[in-house]
Design a protein around this ligand. Structure first.
Ligand code: GLC
Length: 646
């Protein structure tokens, strides 16, 4: 059992145990619009996911909130991301961390007010950060006005038609309408008590009983969600992440499923599944896309869709549907060069077939943090690795591998989603006290699945203070005491820290716009043996701007502690790079000098190449920074052989 950070009062100022005064997190507002300022910014954007409950607590109640996010916007701008995605912040009983929405047009009082949200949107935009919100269309909270009305109105009413109510089976209707099980465990049906006090119909909930599924065959539901999207678009939201995008439509016959098991992190391979990935969902998203395109610049969507194959995912990304979707195949890939490469190549090819960019992801609020996954001494295949587990973990190994995978995803064509805390190298907290677990999975699984709280532990901002600077009170979930060493203020002092590594990598990605940009053809896979993932980035498409780059990771760890190094372009090519085509031009062209043949694993380009997002953190001693740098390999030089066990 880990020890947890104790809620000792904060000393004034933040002084580390080593005696150094920590710099504050400051940033200069970006002078440029990130990830390109054209309407297709989302194709290569790096987006930072904010799990609002755990990011920063501004009002001292132990729960993250809008004020906390606003206070840390400079940190996010300094990190070098292009956009933010904020998990649900709407009024909610919080039965599922806010994914049980009671009112889609307001802010939960625990998080702030609508005015606070508006201020956040405006301030983020002023810093050059775009903001995506989270829309939850598959289900509402059981405390939503519509569901309350449905219960009150009784069977056969138009109010019930907005949800999926059915009579039960058996002589007295005492058995659920079919055998579907809920993702969080137990049956997917709950019986209601009718207004006259008698046991009555059942309603469908693919997740928790407090999350009744909406009936997307009902035109009122469709109109309502278009209106909700419009509400937030009009306030400046740049787009939406779509929760359970593959789940909205159900086979109206509601047939039994047999022995299929529901899993939040799994995908069914069953043909004609009655409630996942039905063709009808595409009609919904065509309507949403049409609405998004009425805005200038157009609004953007990213889908959470756990589907059976890259081709099934690509179907959501046809030109008149959604812009992007998370690539969960990449999340599920174990640390294995052959599988990583095959997964990435398959995703790129499928996305290319519809002209969409891949959205690479390593962690989010639903899966075991990747430092822990990658540090497991046994690498389980498929979705199994995403769940909590008791298998032995080497966190140092996991962090080295995490550095390597970050560079891989940042160098591939497409966009990247980062999950809060991964830039600090946070691990999954696997031993939270059972009485503190809040994920509904814990209760619904009969205490057999601990659920997802371990990746939702509040961030450590300072090495001391109550809740390690998360707020002024104890946090809603306790942080391991060892996270003091991972706190932002500590890492800002250390040029070899994970945070410094993320900042350098993100700056390099901006300096070399060919990273991220381009389609599958702009990455040419190189065969350097079964333990190596290597590719060369070529210009060659209208949107590709880089000289060739390759990334390699011999045997899961070339990636030795100092980890994969990138070879920077020759110094003469390191100059601010125009992100926007000159006026009148319709596409980016590669004007990089021909000598930019580069490659390989390098150290980041010098700060001279920075596009001005952020000055070096204040107070960092230059000499110390130099000392800690690993020696740069000769251009194109191979990394050393992997160490045993790495
Ligand atoms: C999505 C969310 C998850 C939530 C579920 C039900 O998978 O990411 O956190 O529990 O949908 O809304």
């Amino acid at each position: 059992m880990a020890t947890y950070a104790s809620p000792v009062p904060a000393p004034s100022g933040t002084t580390t145990p080593s005696g150094t005064t920590t710099p504050s997190v400051t940033a200069t507002p970006s002078a440029t619009t990130p990830a390109g300022d054209g309407p297709a910014w989302w194709r290569s954007a790096v987006t930072y996911q904010l799990y609002i409950r755990s990011f920063a607590d501004g009002n001292g109640d132990g729960l993250g909130d809008v004020a906390g996010i606003r206070s840390r916007l400079p940190y996010l701008a300094a990190l070098g991301v292009d956009a933010l995605w904020i998990n649900p912040w709407y009024p909610s009983p919080q039965a599922d961390g806010g994914y049980d929405v009671a009112d889609y047009r307001d802010i939960d009082p625990a998080f702030g007010t609508l005015a606070d949200a508006q201020a956040l949107l405006d301030e983020a935009h002023a810093l050059g950060l775009r903001v995506l919100l989270d829309v939850v269309p598959n289900h509402t909270s059981d405390e939503h006005a519509w569901f309350r009305a449905a219960l009150a109105a009784g069977p056969g009413s138009p109010e019930r038609e907005r949800y999926v109510f059915r009579p039960g089976r058996g002589p007295d209707g005492a058995s659920p309408p079919n055998d579907w099980t809920a993702v969080f465990g137990g049956p997917a049906w709950e019986r209601v008590t009718e207004p006259d006090g008698r046991p009555g119909e059942w309603y469908l909930h693919l997740f928790d009983p407090k999350q009744p599924d909406l009936n997307w065959e009902n035109p009122q539901v469709r109109t309502e969600f278009l209106d909700i999207l419009r509400f937030w678009f009009d306030r400046g939201a740049d787009g939406f992440r779509i929760d359970v995008a593959h789940g909205l439509i159900k086979d109206p016959a509601l047939p039994d499923l047999g022995d299929d098991v529901e899993e939040i992190l799994g995908t069914t391979t069953r043909e004609g599944h009655p409630h996942w990935d039905l063709p009808g969902v595409h009609e919904v998203y065509r309507e949403w896309r049409a609405l998004a395109d009425t805005y200038d610049p157009p609004k953007v969507f990213v889908a959470e869709a756990w589907v059976a194959s890259p081709a099934r995912l690509a179907a959501y990304l046809r030109p008149d549907e959604l812009h992007t979707a998370f690539d969960f195949d990449f999340v599920r890939a174990p640390w294995d060069a052959t599988q990583l490469r095959a997964t990435a190549a398959a995703s790129l090819a499928a996305h290319d077939s519809v002209g969409a960019p891949v959205m690479w992801v390593l962690s989010n609020h639903d899966v075991t943090r990747h430092v822990t996954r990658l540090g497991r001494l046994e690498q389980p295949a498929g979705g199994a690795g995403l769940r909590s587990s008791t298998s032995p973990v080497d966190l140092d190994l996991g962090r080295r591998r995490a550095r390597a995978l970050l560079l891989l995803e940042l160098a591939l064509p497409g966009g990247v989603y980062l999950y809060q805390g991964e830039e600090l190298g946070l691990e999954e907290v696997q031993d939270l006290p059972e009485d503190l677990l809040q994920d509904p999975t814990w209760e619904r699984s009969g205490h057999t699945e601990r659920g997802r709280d371990g990746c939702r532990v509040p961030l450590p901002w300072t090495a001391s203070g109550p809740s390690l600077g998360f707020g002024t009170a104890q946090a809603w979930l306790p942080q391991p005491a060892a996270w003091a060493d991972l706190a932002v203020d500590r890492q800002e002092e250390d040029p070899s820290s994970m945070l410094a590594f993320y900042r350098r990598a993100l700056r390099l990605r901006r300096d070399v716009p060919g990273l991220g940009a381009g389609d599958a053809t702009s990455a040419q896979w190189l065969d350097l043996g079964p333990d190596v993932v290597a590719f060369r980035r070529e210009p060659g498409s209208a949107s590709s701007t880089s000289g060739p780059h390759r990334w390699r990771c011999p045997r899961a760890t070339c990636c030795s502690p100092a980890t994969p190094r990138w070879t920077a372009p020759p110094a003469r090519s390191r100059r601010p790079w125009p992100r926007t085509p000159p006026s009148g031009s319709t596409s980016r062209t590669d004007t990089r000098p021909a000598g930019c043949q580069s490659v390989g694993l390098t150290r980041p380009a010098t700060r001279r190449a920075s596009r001005g997002r952020q000055p070096p953190p204040a107070g960092r001693p230059r000499a110390r920074r130099r000392r800690s740098r690993a020696p740069a390999p000769a251009p194109g030089r191979r990394c050393g052989r992997p160490r045993p066990g790495s």
